[in-house]
Design a protein around this ligand. Structure first.
Ligand SMILES: Cc1ncc(COP(=O)(O)O)c(C=O)c1O
Length: 454
C-alpha cells in the first residue's frame, strides 16, 4: 500500500496564525473612510466589528496566538489531511508530485469554518448578541451559522438571490443551525429596495448582499457584521491551512515548488499560500511560484485595476486599495458562486502588484472538465470554486510532462461539491455556458470607480 495521506494529531496543530502584514513587499495602502476619504481609524470600524478583530486587521505582529477555545472547536475537523493525488498523477502521466490539502472535511464543507469560528468567538467576547452577514454560494453562511450557534449568537444572512435558486440546500443547512436567511437584494434594506426598484429581477451579487448586511449591522448596538473573505483578519485566520500543510509536507521531506489556490475574495488562496510566501518574502525560497486562480467571467486580478474601491455596491464599506472590476460590476451567473466578487483582498492585491504571485483565469466549462478528471481519478467531488485550482494544477502538471521536471505542486481543495450537484447535472447535460466578458463592460464599470486623491 502507498501512503497517500499525511495527518497531524490535534496536539500538533499550529497554535499561531501568520500575519503577513509586516512582511509585505510594500506597505499596505490604508483603507479610507467612505465619507471623508481620510485614512480610517479603529473607531470608524467599531460600529460593526469587535475590538480584537479591528486590532488584528492592523496588527504589526508576525504571529498571533489562536485562543484555546478556538483551537478546541477546530479539533472537530482539524487538522485536515494533505493527500497525494497519485491516481491523478498517473492519469496525466506526469512526473509532477501533486498534493492537495482537503478543507472539504470541515463541517460546513469548506475552509470558511476557520474564520467563522474565530469571528464568532471574538464577537461573543465583546458581548455581541447578533451577527449579520452575506453569502454567495452559501458556504460562508453555513460556516458562520455553525459557529454562531456554537457560541449562542443569533445570525441573519443575506444570500445572493441567484445562489438561493442554484443551491437551495445551503439555505436549509443555515436554517438548521438556527440562522434566518433572506434572498438578496431584499426589500428589508434601503440598498435592497433601491436595487429592486431599478432592476426587479436582479440576480444579486456579493457586493449588494454585503451592503444589505452592513446596513442592518450598523443600525444596532448589539449587532455586528461579519465578512467571510477579503479583510486582513479573515485571511489571517485562514493561515491555519498553510501552517498545517507546511508541517505535513515537512513530515515527508517535501516543500512545494508551486502552490495553487482559487481566489474569490482571496481567503482560501491567502490561507494556503501565505505561510509559504513568508519564505519567499524573506528570500529563503526565491523560486517558489504561487498561483491565484479566478473565473474568466469575474477576473479581478487578471483584468481589473489596482485602485481604491468600495467592498460593496452601495458604498458603505471602507475604500480599499485592491484589484477590482468596479463595485457596480455584476458577475455573470456562473456556478462557482463564491468566486463572483468584484474585488480582491488588499494583501493578495499587494503581492500581485509586487510580482510575488501569479494569476490565471479559466472558463466555466474547462473548469468542470478538470473537476470531472479529478472526480474520476481521486473520487472526491470538488466545489466548483475549488475546481478552478484543479484546472490550474492539471495545466502545470502537463507542463511538467513536457519538460520532464518532477515538480512538487500543492493545491488547496477548498471545499466539497455535494451541494453543487445541480451544477454538475447541467454540466453532464451540456447545459453549462461559458460567459465571454466583453472588454467594454469592464471599462464601463472601471469608469465608475470612486475618485480618490493619492
Ligand atoms: C469552496 C470555496 N472555495 C473558495 C471560495 C472563494 O472564497 P475566498 O476567495 O474567500 O476563499 C469559496 C467562497 O464561497 C468557496 O465556497
Amino acid at each position: 500500500m502507498r501512503d497517500n495521506k499525511i495527518y497531524l494529531q490535534a496536539s500538533e496543530m499550529p497554535t499561531e496564525y501568520y500575519n503577513i502584514l509586516p512582511d509585505l513587499p510594500s506597505p499596505l495602502a490604508m483603507p479610507l473612510n467612505p465619507a471623508t476619504k481620510e485614512p480610517i481609524s479603529p473607531n470608524d470600524l467599531s460600529a460593526i466589528f469587535p475590538e480584537e478583530l479591528i486590532m488584528q486587521e492592523m496588527s504589526p505582529e508576525r504571529f498571533i496566538k489562536i485562543p484555546e477555545e478556538v483551537l478546541n472547536i477546530y479539533t472537530i475537523s482539524r487538522p485536515t489531511p494533505v493527500i497525494r493525488a497519485f491516481r491523478l498523477e498517473e492519469f496525466l502521466g506526469t512526473p509532477a508530485k501533486i498534493y492537495f490539502k482537503y478543507e472539504g472535511v470541515n463541517p460546513a464543507g469548506s475552509h470558511k469554518t476557520n474564520t467563522a469560528i474565530a469571528q464568532a468567538y471574538y464577537n461573543k467576547r465583546a458581548g455581541i448578541k447578533k451577527l449579520v452577514t452575506e453569502t454567495g454560494a452559501g458556504q460562508w453562511g453555513s460556516a458562520l451559522s455553525i459557529a454562531a450557534q456554537h457560541f449562542g449568537i443569533q445570525l441573519e444572512v443575506f444570500m445572493v438571490k441567484v445562489s438561493i435558486n442554484q443551491k437551495p440546500y445551503r439555505r436549509t443547512m443555515m436554517r438548521l443551525h438556527g440562522a434566518t436567511v433572506h434572498a438578496s437584494p431584499s426589500n428589508l434594506t434601503n440598498t435592497g429596495r433601491a436595487i429592486l426598484e431599478k432592476e426587479p429581477n436582479s440576480p444579486g451579487s456579493l457586493g449588494m448582499a454585503i451592503s444589505e448586511a452592513v446596513e442592518i449591522a450598523a443600525s444596532s448596538n448589539d449587532t455586528n457584521y461579519s465578512l467571510g473573505s477579503v479583510l486582513n483578519h479573515v485571511l489571517l485566520h485562514q493561515t491555519i491551512i498553510g501552517e498545517e500543510a507546511k508541517k505535513q509536507l515537512a513530515k515527508v521531506g517535501e516543500y512545494p515548488d508551486i502552490i495553487i489556490g482559487c481566489s474569490g475574495g482571496g481567503s482560501n488562496f491567502g490561507g494556503i499560500s501565505f505561510p509559504f510566501l513568508r519564505d519567499k518574502l524573506t528570500g529563503d525560497k526565491k523560486d517558489l511560484r504561487v498561483i491565484a486562480v479566478e473565473p474568466a467571467s469575474c477576473p479581478s486580478l487578471t483584468h481589473g485595476k489596482f485602485a481604491y474601491d468600495f467592498g460593496d455596491t452601495a458604498g458603505y464599506t471602507p475604500l480599499m486599495k485592491m484589484f477590482t472590476l468596479g463595485h457596480n460590476f455584476i458577475p455573470p451567473k456562473i456556478h462557482a458562486g463564491g468566486l463572483r466578487y468584484h474585488g480582491m483582498a488588499p494583501t493578495v492585491s499587494n503581492l500581485y502588484k509586487n510580482g510575488m504571485i501569479e494569476a490565471q483565469s479559466f472558463h466555466q466549462i474547462e473548469v468542470f472538465d478538470a473537476a470531472k478528471t479529478f472526480i474520476q481519478t481521486e473520487g472526491i467531488i470538488p466545489a466548483p470554486e475549488s475546481a478552478h485550482a484543479i484546472k490550474a494544477t492539471i495545466e502545470e502538471a502537463k507542463k511538467c510532462k513536457e519538460t520532464g521536471e518532477a515538480k512538487t505542486i500543492l493545491f488547496n481543495l477548498s471545499g466539497h461539491g455535494f451541494l453543487d450537484l445541480g451544477a454538475y447535472d447541467m454540466y453532464i447535460d451540456n447545459k453549462l455556458e461559458d460567459y465571454k466578458l466583453p472588454e467594454e463592460l469592464i471599462f464601463r464599470y472601471l469608469a465608475e470607480l470612486p475618485e480618490v486623491e493619492e
